[in-house]
Design a protein. Structure first.
Length: 144
């Protein structure tokens, strides 16, 4: 099965202290074992680094540790799906036509990568927002 992991699930899977760690980690482990093919939006890579390096934890995750986590859990395991300028145009057009504003724009970018990647599942901790953005993807969107 082709599975796109949202940034929220990646953070939870990589950070043991995260409240959703135990339910998110199995999705990453399935990819590591080869049970599923992992996909990640290119946007999620930058978002993941930003979140990992600013989590309010003690000790903090250093930039080099964050990079290592991303390398081992994303680049070494998953296909990273970039979007073109035309893709961003399509996303913003869709959002404007639906009257959707604000931070869910980034979720829309991630979902558009999932659409382009023809994934079977999108795993996110933001299920409601994801379904609101692209209702036609509702069947593929799951919470860990």
């Amino acid at each position: 099965m082709k599975v796109l992991l949202d940034t929220s699930v990646l953070v939870a899977a990589m950070v043991e202290a995260h409240p959703a760690h135990e339910k998110s980690l199995p999705w990453l482990q399935r990819i590591k074992k080869g049970s599923d093919s992992g996909l990640v939006s290119a946007h999620s890579v930058a978002e993941l680094y930003a979140i990992l390096t600013t989590l309010p934890m003690k000790p903090r995750i250093s930039p080099i540790v964050a990079y290592d986590l991303i390398q081992r859990n994303v680049f070494d395991l998953c296909e990273v799906l970039p979007l073109s300028a035309e893709d961003y145009s399509a996303v913003t057009k869709h959002l404007s036509e639906e009257g959707i504003t604000g931070g869910v724009t980034y979720d829309a970018v991630i979902l558009y990568a999932a659409i382009k990647g023809k994934v079977d599942r999108v795993v996110t901790l933001n299920e409601g927002d994801f379904r609101r953005i692209y209702p036609q993807m509702a069947e593929q969107i799951v919470s860990p």
